[in-house]
Design a protein around this ligand. Structure first.
Ligand SMILES: NC(=O)c1ccc[n+]([C@@H]2O[C@H](COP(=O)([O-])OP(=O)(O)OC[C@H]3O[C@@H](n4cnc5c(N)ncnc54)[C@H](O)[C@@H]3O)[C@@H](O)[C@H]2O)c1
Length: 357
């Protein structure tokens, strides 16, 4: 069995995947790259790396003998780092979102399409166990045809937008909330199958809670999307609205019923469902982010067992030479609608076409 040599760039969130790959018999961590020496030291201790395996220079890192590069850096760096890795012949697992601009999306798309390397967007919420269960219900026809779905991701990250004491700003400081929409769109479009978004509009332009650093501080944004197959999707996003702890919810309506998560925080909630012809009334349903019969190493992988399964399906795709489930086409179908929705909000909630590359 081949053991894939994995390099991780950006070992803050990236360290979640470093940990998972380091415990996987199909992979080993052979290099890490980060601008912060103290983060490199931590990684060296965690994965038993020597000084020669630690890099602050991305070009030197990418020149190493690596099969896989995990891109765990801030979103503004994704496009350039993904393209360089793909062009250097590495498979890439990229953190969300794919890129922060249409131009960045195009660069990634062209590089991946010109290469034989695999690219996958690490959209982990698709791999929450209840989303995988819901997909089975959809495929068995229990919901009928989905005609509407909505998701809400309200996460107060004011401390990640600006440091209160020093006034220091960070990479998220100017990211509109709706740009970060893949945790919402990912699961919903997964449930809808081969559908994708063709039109977007959004409301939400004012920042009254934190009257600086627009647009990341927009109080709340609501985007409406229309899919190629005529379905409607609503997404609610905020990065500043007080709510402790944060919440991620999904609700899906079909011609035969509905299913939705609970509105309590966390990845394991009790939701509701009604499947016409099966349920006599709306009943509670467990929505577990954790797959209960998952292997021991999956538990504690992060975000229920979803981070673990992201790594698994990516390794499977490489090993079996097949398309990863969130390939470059899907990655951009999840990313571009958020970029266009922000444009629509700025223009005064007009409807805009969502391009597909
Ligand atoms: N899927 C999820 O659930 C989830 C959760 C959190 C973050 N993320 C994503 O992970 C990525 C990173 O987010 P984060 O919260 O870890 O950010 P962060 O700012 O906390 O950390 C980024 C890390 O990358 C390093 N870095 C910054 N620029 C770099 C560069 N040019 N080259 C090398 N290293 C660099 C920093 O030193 C730091 O260690 C983003 O894409 C974010 O959207 C995803």
């Amino acid at each position: 069995m081949k053991q894939y040599r994995v390099g991780v760039v950006g070992v803050s969130r990236g360290s979640s995947y470093a940990r998972i790959f380091s415990k996987d018999r199909r992979a080993c961590i052979t290099a890490v790259c980060d601008l912060e020496p103290k983060n490199l030291e931590k990684a060296a201790q965690a994965y038993g790396l020597s000084d020669q395996q630690l890099f602050t220079d991305y070009d030197a890192f990418i020149a190493q003998d690596l099969d896989i590069v995990v891109v765990g850096t801030p979103i503004p760096f994704h496009a350039k780092q993904v393209v360089k890795a793909i062009e250097a012949g590495k498979h890439v697992l990229s953190e969300v979102t794919a890129a922060d601009s249409l131009e960045g999306c195009r660069l990634i798309y062209d590089a991946v399409k010109a290469s034989k390397c695999k690219y996958m967007l690490a959209e982990n919420y698709i791999f929450l166990d209840y989303i995988q269960q819901w997909k089975k219900y959809v495929d068995r026809g229990l919901l009928g045809r989905i005609h509407y779905a909505e998701a809400e991701y309200v996460h107060d990250i004011r401390h990640l937008l600006v440091d209160k004491g020093s006034g220091q700003t960070f990479w998220r400081t100017y990211r509109p909330p709706i740009h970060y929409c893949t945790h919402c769109l990912g699961p919903l479009l997964f449930l809808m199958g081969d559908d994708y978004i063709v039109k977007a509009t959004a409301s939400g332009n004012k920042n009254t809670i934190m009257p600086e650093f627009w647009p990341s501080t927009i109080d709340m944004q609501v985007a409406l999307f229309e899919t190629k197959q005529g379905r409607a999707i609503k997404i609610l996003r905020s990065q500043v609205t007080p709510r402790e702890p944060h919440i991620v919810t999904y609700s899906v309506y079909g011609t035969k019923g509905f299913i939705e998560t609970g509105r309590t925080p966390g990845y394991d909630t009790v939701g509701l469902r009604y499947f016409e012809g099966i349920d006599s009334k709306t009943i509670p349903v467990n929505c577990n982010g954790t797959q209960l019969d998952a292997p021991a190493e999956a538990i504690g992988g992060g975000h229920g067992t979803s981070d673990y399964y992201v790594a698994q399906v990516f390794l499977d795709a490489i090993e079996q030479d097949k398309e990863p489930p969130v390939n470059v086409d899907r990655a951009l179908e999840l990313t571009i609608p958020g970029l266009i929705a922000q444009e629509a909000a700025v223009q005064g909630h007009v409807w805009l076409d969502v391009p597909r590359l």
